[in-house]
Design a protein around this ligand. Structure first.
Ligand code: AMP
Length: 237
């Protein structure tokens, strides 16, 4: 039994894509190696190639599947190849400050050997943070991870610069809608250039997500990563 398990593990390792297969720039590969990522997870195997080739993507994938690196890596690679100056390059919208901080930590780890700049912007932080956020939104940052409400506060003051925005990412889109961010998302969309690449990630795909996707995405590649179920013998209460 153990031997069969070991064999299947070897087979999985052999069949999985290595990050060197994606042709990422060297400094990004260093960050991937330093993060101890060896082979791509299924969501990464499916999301990275279409994003690198310029396609919009809608993916149903839960936390724990490696979805964050699935969108960060190709976005970071393209920003390194085609740098954005004097504007926000990528806007990642998330429902909570916890997720904003978590994604921002991923960005810092993966971009450690690059010169990409990033900032997490979320509600409830102090006046000093507001000044740093304003500076990044006005003068430009490669990656801005943001909760919708806080971004609206900055947008209302008129200095946010999305002129050269290349990527919009909506992460945990179903949670954002459940938390009532639909109007804020609509307001934010009105400030973004139409000529951009958009990626939408959601654990579930109810009709309201499909409606949002039709509004945001152009001819998207659709990716479904099987939702992992608990073992059948465990009774959930
Ligand atoms: P996520 O689903 O993005 O929240 O990622 C879940 C965890 O998997 C995080 O701790 C990541 O650092 C880790 N992770 C993501 N991609 C890989 C990979 N290719 N190999 C190993 N760990 C990974």
């Amino acid at each position: 039994m153990r031997f069969i398990l070991y064999l299947s593990f070897l087979l999985w390792k052999f069949l999985s894509l290595r990050f060197t297969d994606f042709n990422f720039v060297a400094a990004l590969l260093e960050g991937i190696e330093a993060s101890n990522y060896e082979t791509a997870t299924p969501v990464q195997e499916q999301v990275i190639p279409p994003v690198l080739s310029g396609k919009d993507v809608i993916a149903s994938a839960q936390t724990g599947t490696g979805k964050t690196a699935a969108f960060l890596l190709p976005v970071m690679n393209q920003l390194l190849l085609h740098p954005v100056t004097d504007s926000v390059g990528t806007l990642i919208l998330v429902p909570t400050r916890e997720l904003a901080i978590q994604i921002s930590q991923h960005v810092e780890g993966l971009s450690y050997f690059t010169n990409l700049s990033s900032i997490a912007i979320y509600g409830g932080s102090d006046a000093q943070n507001f000044v740093a956020e304003k500076k990044a939104l006005q003068l430009g940052a490669d990656i801005v991870v943001c909760t919708p409400g806080r971004l609206i506060a900055h947008l209302n003051m008129g200095y946010v610069n999305f002129k050269q925005l290349k990527f919009l990412v909506l992460d945990e889109a179903d949670r954002m809608l459940d938390m009532g961010f639909q109007d804020d998302i609509n307001k934010i969309l009105a400030h973004l250039p139409a000529n951009r690449q958009s990626l939408l990630f959601s654990a579930t795909m109810p009709e309201k997500i499909r409606v949002l996707a039709r509004k945001i995405l152009k001819d998207p590649v659709e990716i479904n990563i099987a939702i992992s179920k608990p073992p059948e013998k465990i009774i959930q209460k």
